[in-house]
Structure formats: structure tokens, C-alpha cells
Design a protein around this ligand. Structure first.
Ligand code: F6P
Length: 319
């Protein structure tokens, strides 16, 4: 292994830069040549490679987004395109590649591995929905961003005695909603992994009001329904003055938390070690604070699950 490449792919996530930095610096430490591929699989197809030096990744550890840029690239699902990409990598003498991204990016990584390019996936998505790791890069920062917003919403909600519905991201996963809802003290948390019963939500709101609660916050994951739909139903059925806020892409930006920076650095270092050992077709993850490698196939086969105990706890504490 002499020359490796790194890219970020799919939705950006805070901490991706810390991961790129760690791949470049750890790679160079071991005497490897490291290339950055711009704009994920789109840049791979169009040959946007750039030699990375130690200084290329200076002053980025604290920055959100990704200096390599990123893209969603549906064309890469096409086996012909995958074959061409593998040939291009071989022609450029790239011996191994590290892909930082979510499940779509991992499918591409698996395809490249099957075509003889040792490829390692690093889970980077605010959705936290990749199996075989407790955390994905970006999730912690996104949750902190959501909590910061909820804290502010709580101030105005209390002053006006209002109900707020806060819609958070997560695609089909409820991790951000659950963590932000628990840490933000939400009255109800609606996630796709648990069937939503709006009668229960409304009953809890009414009970809260009887007890003298000045405001209520309901966190809804985008995978359940639009916050506006939920807010409309709640207002119609309770008569409570209700407002809706969609946090949206704000959750994808911002300086990564120390947790995400450290996680990114550790996962990236392991990814480089795996390539040095000539291993491909793997993803790296953190399980019980240990950095581990799992076959990408295995991760793609498993279904993402939510921490049900945490969900039940949030219900008890929000009474
Ligand atoms: O996968 C990350 C994510 O932010 C999801 O939470 C969200 O559903 C999606 O990406 C939004 O994608 P886009 O930025 O392409 O609109």
C-alpha cells in the first residue's frame, strides 16, 4: 500500500473535516501518499483528485462541513459507472480508498471493494443510522445544535404559554429526536421506530396543562410526519396556541463538538491501519468506546435500531 485516497460523500456532517485531517496525517505518518477526492463519488467519476500534504488539512479540525466537498451521486449505483471508477483508481495507482459518509456511501464502498479496490467506510452522518457502531460522526454536534435551539424555544414558549412542535432531521431514524428530546426535556418525542399515537400525545399535553405547565415541547423526527401536520392536529384538537419550527439543515452545520472530533480522529486512524494491513470491504465503528472493524456487508445487512430503554426513560421523565 503506497497511495491511498479519501473522500466525503452524501450529506455532510460536522466532524468530517477532523476525519479527513486524521486520514491525511496518519497516512503521511506511515509514509503513504494521500489523495483527496472532491465531491464524493461524483468527483471520483470525473477524476477530481488532489494530492494532500500535511498543510492541506491545517486549520480544519474545528470547521463544520467538508473541505473536500460532498455530493449525492445516484449514478454511482450503476455497475458500469462503478467499473469505470475502479479502473480510474487503478490507473491512478490508488491502492486503497477511505469513504466517509452514510449508508448510501457504504453501498458504493462495497461495490469498489468487490471490484478489487480495498475500501474502508467511516460512518459520518448526523442521522446516526449506521449499524455496527454506537455513534456516527456528526450526530453529537447535531444533537447539541438541536438542544441549543430547544433551549431558546423554551424561553419564548414559557413566556407565551405556547405549545411548540420542533421537527428534527434523521431521515428514517429517530436518534436525533430521541437524544434532543430527552436532553431538551420534551413532553413528547415522536420517532419512526415507535408507532405514533396522537391521542396519547394530546392527553399528556392536557394533563400537563392541568398541572400548571406553562408550555410544552414536542420533538418530532422528520421520518414520522411533517411538524406542520402534527402542529395543526394538536392545535385543532386542544385549542392550545401552537407553533411549529423545522430545524432543518442548521443541524448539519457548525463547529463539531469535542466528541465528534475525537471520534472522527480515532475512526480515521483505524481506517488507515486497516488499509496498511491490506484489508478492504470493512467499516470502522465505535462499540463500548472501543474502535472496531466490521465487514461492510454485515453493516448493510443489519437494520438500524433505537435505544428503547432510553425512549422509555424519556417518557417517564417528561411526565
Ligand atoms: O442524511 C442526512 C440528512 O441531513 C437527513 O437527516 C435528511 O433527511 C437529508 O440528509 C437531507 O438531505 P439533503 O441535504 O440532500 O436535502
Amino acid at each position: 500500500m503506497k497511495r491511498i485516497a479519501v473522500m466525503t460523500s452524501g450529506g455532510d456532517a460536522p466532524g468530517m473535516n477532523a476525519a479527513v485531517r486524521a486520514v491525511v496525517r496518519k497516512g503521511i505518518f506511515h509514509g503513504l501518499e494521500v489523495y483527496g477526492i472532491k465531491r464524493g463519488y461524483a468527483g471520483l467519476i470525473s477524476g477530481e483528485f488532489e494530492r494532500m500534504e500535511l498543510s492541506s488539512v491545517a486549520d480544519i479540525i474545528h470547521k463544520g462541513g467538508t473541505v473536500l466537498r460532498t455530493a449525492r451521486c445516484p449514478e454511482f449505483k450503476n455497475p458500469k459507472v462503478q467499473q469505470e471508477a475502479a479502473e480510474l483508481l487503478k490507473a491512478k495507482g490508488i491502492d486503497g480508498i477511505i469513504v466517509i459518509g452514510g449508508d448510501g456511501s457504504f453501498m458504493g464502498a462495497k461495490a469498489l471493494s468487490n471490484l478489487g479496490i480495498p475500501t474502508i467506510g467511516i460512518p459520518g452522518t448526523i442521522d446516526n443510522d449506521i449499524p455496527c457502531t454506537d455513534y456516527c460522526i456528526g450526530f453529537d454536534t447535531a444533537v447539541n445544535t438541536a438542544i441549543d435551539a430547544i433551549n431558546k424555544i423554551r424561553d419564548t414558549a414559557t413566556s407565551h404559554e405556547r405549545t411548540f412542535v420542533v421537527e428534527v432531521m434523521g431521515r428514517d431514524a429517530g436518534d436525533i429526536a430521541l437524544a434532543a428530546g430527552l436532553a431538551g426535556g420534551a413532553e413528547s418525542i415522536l420517532i419512526p421506530e415507535v408507532e405514533t399515537n396522537l391521542d396519547v400525545v394530546i392527553h399528556r399535553l392536557q394533563q400537563g396543562q392541568k398541572r400548571g405547565k406553562l408550555h410544552s415541547i414536542i420533538v418530532v423526527a422528520e421520518g414520522v410526519a411533517s411538524g406542520f401536520e402534527i402542529g395543526k392536529i394538536i392545535e385543532e384538537r386542544t385549542g392550545f396556541d401552537t407553533r411549529v419550527i423545522v430545524l432543518g439543515h442548521i443541524q448539519r452545520g457548525g463547529s463539531p463538538t469535542s466528541f465528534d472530533r475525537i471520534l472522527a480522529s480515532r475512526l480515521a486512524a483505524k481506517a488507515v491501519d486497516l488499509l496498511l494491513a491490506n484489508e478492504g470491504g470493512k467499516m470502522v465503528g465505535i462499540i463500548n468506546n472501543k474502535i472496531v472493524a466490521t465487514d461492510i456487508d454485515e453493516a448493510l445487512k443489519q437494520k438500524h435500531t433505537i435505544d428503547k430503554e432510553m425512549y422509555e426513560l424519556a417518557k417517564i421523565l417528561s411526565i
